[in-house]
Structure formats: structure tokens, C-alpha cells
Design a protein around this ligand. Structure first.
Ligand code: NAD
Length: 524
């Protein structure tokens, strides 16, 4: 079978073990909401990855040559296809992730917005720059910077937002003029494959965009073949990606895990804060890199906040959802992740925490973990230190905002966070949290503000997506210095003579020294 194509299963949903079984040649994709087998996909071996990379690279120059407007037109057709086929795309993605409909629904719209954003902004972000020389000595030079794309960008993506985190990084790379080869997660290969197929067969897009399927071996081959790697995934894999890329000196941008804090000040609107904590912690079953994972509440607000949060989380409906949203919280997409969530919660409970809601895995079919609120937690517990990536929040009582900030920053991660409280005070507190993005009186919303950078500090990553950063990183600046006029030789060229040396250093002093005596060479 060709790369990017899949065989779908006629088996009814409701059987199987919910794993993406990865043999050496084929991947079996299951529906985590039911456990049923969905499809099996051919794995692309390293030789095939190299072959596709060569093919795409050969077409990249033409893609670059059609310019920002030409590329915007093609990407606009992709946007239209996504909008026209949203229900179909959501069906596939919902099946392979086990998401509820409402959680899946945001992805095609986000991608459409991103295409529009970069179509409008690309010229100002990566268009040619004209630069005024900083010194009169270069007044005769014309200075320009042009931004040329890396020929082939490899995008390696995870399973939690299979379209957003693959196409969301491919779109600015394509808009920059690069060819793009995607490798989606082995747990969720189907949605990306469907869109790449549409690009080729329905949209008739240029042959600069493709995908390969497989696990770490395929990902490794992509690192070897690409000129730039955009990786989203765990910090553990991110380290391996960076080490492999070092062998070929391939630049990387890494979007890794998080342990995002929420701070609730005593002057917060506690209804809004509690509802935000419930949604920010349980959205996509907590399988969100920017998910609310730890909550610090100022003492006077603690009891009321916890009561409101517990009530909100208790009301959530969990299970397999259909096209019409009838559930709030879906399945765990990867069984490996369910095991981690279970381990974190067990560790907390064994060390004195209490589960006010939830606290355990749900019996099958399907792979679910109950929406869980833990209290009496502290930083000795895994659930407050390591990325849980499940529908679990830990809530701690703090004496004041100082303690909240200290605890929020007591982590090896630094992806994002949020602060709830009176606006000015909350903003002052927010500015002290060490992370790539912070929301005041909202959660997760910075991801939709594609105008500003999104990325991690500390072990949450290297590099940023969105805004100017999100497209410029796919380009290499090329400085062009044009001499407008000049004689047969410059004063600094050969031959070196005493008179020419005095002239050059005299002119240099005149412009670069400070103070009249130094400029005129009267002071040595
Ligand atoms: P993962 O690291 O297990 O896998 C990510 C991708 O890397 C997959 O496509 C996988 O096949 C591939 N891969 C695995 N080994 C590889 C290797 N040796 N070389 C090259 N590629 C390899 O991550 P996951 O479990 O799919 O996703 C969950 C993680 O992603 C969480 O830690 C989450 O926080 C993180 N994440 C981060 C962001 C962000 O923007 N910062 C967004 C979403 C998810």
C-alpha cells in the first residue's frame, strides 16, 4: 500500500483492547472510546521516508517561486476543503482519538483561522526587509534581508490534537515556501492521512506536502531526511529527537510537555474560576499540554472554590459520544497515558491526598479515567510534579500570592498557566509566573490568540509557534549587501601602506570613538 493510505475495518466497534498495536510493517488503529478496530496502516520504512523526502524537495523550488500570494491561494483551497468536509474530518478524528464531539470540533476551525492569519501576515513577517546602515561609513551600501525557507520541513506530531499539532505547524511552513513531510502519531494516523489525500486528489495541490506513517523508526528517518524538524510530543522523546538531529546539524523546534499551574486569588470571581478549572483540567480528558494540572488557591477563597469546582466536575458526563454532543469528557487516547494517570493518582492517594471526585479508571469497553479532583496534595507527589496528562487536577491551599507564585514556579516545566483575580492584581501576579504564555481570568485561550507566540520555557521546549516566530523559524535569513558605487579599490584593501592605514584608522576613530579629543586623535 502507498504511503498515507489506510485500510478501514468493517469490524463493529466495541471489541479489541484500545491499543495502537504496532507491528514492524503495519499499525492497527483502534477507537479508544469503544476499543473497536478502525483501520490498519502500512508503516513507512526509512528508505521510503528518504524517497518521499527527495521527491518533495525536488518540487520545493517551484513552490517557493510562486510567492506568498500563490501559496496563500493553494492554502485557501485547503481551508475551503476543511470547512466543506468538517463533519467527515471530525468523524475520523473522533473515532481515532475517542474525543467527545465538542472537543474535536475546534480543530478544523483553528486550522482555517491559521491559514487566514498567515495569508494576511506572511508578507510582513517574512517579506524582504530593507535595512538602513547603522553607520555613515556604510552609507553607500544597500542592505536587504530576504527570508528563504528550509527546503524540507519534517513535522512529527502527537496524538492528543492530531490535526492541530500536525497541520497547525505544516501551514506556516508551507506558507513560508517549504515542502512539508508529516509523521503523525502511530495512535492517530487517519485524520492526517485523509487530509493529505484530499490535498493530492481533491484539491490537486502541488506535490510539496505528504505524510509518512510509523513509530520512532519512521520519525528518526524523517529527522535524517529533513532540513528542519518541528516536533511536538513528550520531553523524553524531544531529547531523543534533538540528539538525532545533532548528528546532521538539523535545527529543531520542540513543543514539549507541561505542568501548568492555575492561581486563584481571594478576590477572584470564584464561579468563573471554578468553571474554568473544570474545563481547563478536563477538556480533551486532560490530554492537553496546556491543561490545568495544579491549582493554588489563596486561603480565604479555598473552601468555596473547592466546593464549586467539585460540584462542576461531578456534573460532567463521560463516555463515547456521537455526532451530536451528548457527553462532556471522552476517552483516553493512548493506553500508555492511562497507566501514567493511574500511577499518579495512586501515588497521591497513598501519600495522604483525597479524591473529592473520581479517582479511578472506568471499566471498559473503551479506555476512560474518571474526572478527578484531588485535595491535600503537595509537591512530594508525582501528580504535582510530573505531567499527568489526564482528567485530574490537584488543588492546594496557599497562604498568599507569594506562596502561590513560588509553588507555580517550582517545576521543571514552563509551558503556560493562568491567574484568576481582580484584573490588575492578577496581571501583576501573572507576570511573575515563569512560562511561555499566561492567561488572566481565562484558560487555554492563548492558543487561539495566534497573533502571539506559544511555546515552552525550561523543559517545555525550544522555539515557538504562532505569530511572527511561528513562520520565521522555517526560514533562513539571507543578507544582501549591495555596493552602489566605488572605485577600483577600497581604502582597506591591498596594498597596505602607512598612509592608507592612517586614513582608515583616522576615519574609524572619527566615527566610532566618543568625545571630540578621541575622535580627532588628540588623546591616546
Ligand atoms: P511522544 O513523545 O510519545 O510522541 C510524539 C511523536 O514522536 C509521535 O509521532 C511518535 O511516533 C514520535 N516518536 C517517538 N519516538 C521517536 C523517536 N525516537 N524519533 C522521532 N520520533 C519519535 O508524545 P505523545 O505521547 O504522542 O504526546 C503527548 C506529549 O505531547 C505530552 O507530553 C504533551 O504535553 C506533549 N504535547 C506538547 C504540546 C506543545 O505544544 N507543547 C502539544 C501537545 C502535546
Amino acid at each position: 500500500m502507498k504511503s498515507g493510505t489506510v485500510e478501514t475495518s468493517n469490524e463493529p466497534d466495541g471489541t479489541g483492547n484500545g491499543t495502537a498495536a504496532a507491528g514492524p510493517d503495519r499499525i492497527e488503529v483502534h477507537n479508544p472510546a469503544t476499543g473497536g478496530l478502525l483501520a490498519s496502516v502500512d508503516v513507512d520504512p526509512p528508505e521510503r521516508v528518504a524517497e518521499i523526502a527527495t521527491r518533495l524537495r525536488a518540487r520545493q523550488a517551484e513552490w517557493e517561486a510562486i510567492g506568498i500570494e500563490g501559496r496563500s491561494e493553494w492554502l485557501g483551497r485547503l481551508r475551503d476543503w476543511l470547512i466543506d468536509n468538517t463533519e467527515r474530518v471530525l468523524d475520523t478524528m473522533q473515532a481515532e482519538t475517542g474525543k467527545v464531539r465538542a472537543d474535536a470540533a475546534a480543530e478544523p476551525l483553528y486550522l482555517a483561522d491559521l491559514i487566514n492569519f498567515y495569508a494576511t501576515k506572511a508578507a510582513s513577517f517574512i517579506g524582504e526587509e530593507s535595512v538602513r546602515p547603522h553607520t555613515p561609513l556604510l552609507a553607500g551600501k544597500k542592505l536587504r534581508v530576504q527570508y528563504r525557507p528550509y527546503p524540507l520541513v519534517g513535522v512529527i506530531s502527537p496524538w492528543n490534537f492530531p490535526l492541530t499539532l500536525a497541520l497547525g505547524d505544516a501551514i506556516p511552513a508551507l506558507q513560508a515556501g517549504a515542502a512539508v513531510l508529516l509523521k503523525p502519531s502511530e495512535f492517530t494516523p487517519l485524520g492526517v492521512a485523509e487530509i493529505v489525500r484530499a490535498w493530492k486528489e481533491e484539491i490537486g495541490g502541488p506535490d510539496v506536502f505528504d505524510c509518512v506513517q510509523g513509530t520512532g523508526e519512521t520519525g528518526g528517518a524523517l529527522i535524517d531526511a529533513a532540513d528542519f524538524i518541528q516536533f511536538t510530543g513528550s520531553d523524553r522523546t524531544g531529547r531523543r529527537v534533538m540528539a538525532r538531529a545533532a548528528e546532521t546539524l538539523t535545527p529543531v523546534s520542540l513543543e514539549l510537555g507541561g505542568k501548568d499551574p492555575m492561581i486563584v486569588l481571594d478576590d477572584a470571581d470564584l464561579d468563573r474560576a471554578a468553571n474554568a478549572a473544570a474545563w481547563g483540567g478536563m477538556f480533551n480528558s486532560g490530554q492537553v499540554c496546556m491543561s490545568v494540572e495544579r491549582i493554588y488557591v489563596e486561603e480565604p477563597a479555598y473552601d468555596e472554590f473547592v466546593a464549586k469546582l467539585t460540584a462542576e466536575v461531578s456534573r460532567l458526563r463521560q463516555g463515547a459520544d456521537g455526532r451530536a454532543p451528548a457527553k462532556d469528557v471522552g476517552a483516553m487516547t493512548s493506553p500508555n497515558q492511562t497507566a501514567i494517570v493511574e500511577e499518579h493518582v495512586s501515588d497521591a492517594l497513598a501519600n495522604g491526598a483525597r479524591a473529592l471526585v473520581g479517582g479511578k479508571r472506568v471499566e471498559g469497553p473503551g479506555d476512560y479515567f474518571e474526572p478527578t479532583v484531588l485535595v491535600d496534595v503537595d509537591h512530594s507527589m508525582k501528580v504535582m510534579r510530573d505531567e499527568t496528562f489526564g482528567p485530574v487536577v490537584g488543588v492546594m491551599r496557599v497562604g498568599d500570592a507569594e506562596e502561590a507564585v513560588r509553588l507555580a514556579n517550582d517545576t521543571r516545566y514552563g509551558l503556560s498557566g493562568c491567574v484568576f483575580g481582580e484584573r490588575d492584581r492578577a496581571e501583576r501576579v501573572a507576570r511573575r509566573v515563569e512560562c511561555g504564555a499566561i492567561n488572566v481570568n481565562d484558560v487555554l485561550v492563548n492558543y487561539l490568540a495566534v497573533d502571539v507566540p506559544m511555546g515552552g520555557w525550561k523543559e517545555s521546549g525550544i522555539g515557538f509557534r504562532h505569530g511572527e516566530f511561528g513562520i520565521k523559524k522555517y526560514c533562513r535569513p539571507e543578507s544582501i549587501v549591495v555596493t552602489r558605487f566605488g572605485g577600483s579599490r577600497e581604502p582597506s584593501w591591498y596594498p597596505y601602506t602607512r598612509a592608507r592605514r592612517r586614513l582608515v584608522s583616522g576615519i574609524g576613530r572619527l566615527f566610532y570613538a566618543r568625545g571630540l579629543a578621541r575622535r580627532l586623535g588628540l588623546r591616546r
